[in-house]
Write a protein that binds this ligand. Structure first.
Ligand code: NI
Length: 179
């Protein structure tokens, strides 16, 4: 398995709308496995293909306490939703950023599984939030799009500053003078 590189906001590639998966084959299953490994390595509970710069409609989540129950959704659709709540969210593409976003509290999802066969699943709580968050990625949307322009500006500044600090740290460790 391969750990993939996660795109970070405001990378314009995160704005790409993903294409439907036309064939669930060995290559797609390999991609799903790599996404699951990448999600676990980053200590995330969800990852959309968009975030690893693959613009196909699939996502993985694992909201189990032991992080041992990965779920794969290919070509997911929400066919029913219920309730609304504002829940604190984070995103592997925006490390360290958390804010409240309005989501449906319950969703019924139809998708294809690992075997390419359709299934339906009722999700609520964290799983429902996570599925909606990852499905937004497939539309080229990130959770901070729900926030005000001012908040987004501050978030972009903070992420840029942290990226600079990470680069400086890497260069210092490598013995390269940080400029
Ligand atoms: Ni995300």
């Amino acid at each position: 398995m391969t750990k993939l590189v996660i795109l970070e906001y405001p990378d314009p590639r995160l704005r790409t709308r993903a294409e439907p998966v036309t064939e669930v084959d060995a290559a797609l299953r390999q991609l799903a496995d790599d996404m699951i490994e990448t999600m676990y390595a980053a200590k995330g509970i969800g990852l959309a293909a968009t975030q690893v710069d693959v613009h196909k409609r699939l996502l993985v989540i694992d909201v189990s306490a032991a992080h041992d129950q990965p779920q794969l959704f290919i070509n997911p659709h929400i066919i029913a939703r219920e309730g609304q709540d504002c829940v604190q969210e984070g995103c592997l593409s925006l490390p360290g950023i958390y804010d409240k976003v309005p989501r449906s509290t319950k969703v019924r999802v139809r998708a294809l599984g690992r075997d390419g066969k359709p299934f339906e699943l009722d999700a609520e709580g964290l799983a429902a939030v996570c599925i909606q968050h990852e499905m937004d990625h497939l539309e080229g949307k990130v959770f901070v799009d729900y926030l005000s322009e001012l908040k987004r500006l501050l978030i972009r500044r903070r992420l840029a500053k942290e990226r600079r600090q990470r680069t400086n740290l890497r260069e210092a460790r490598a013995g390269v003078p940080a400029l």
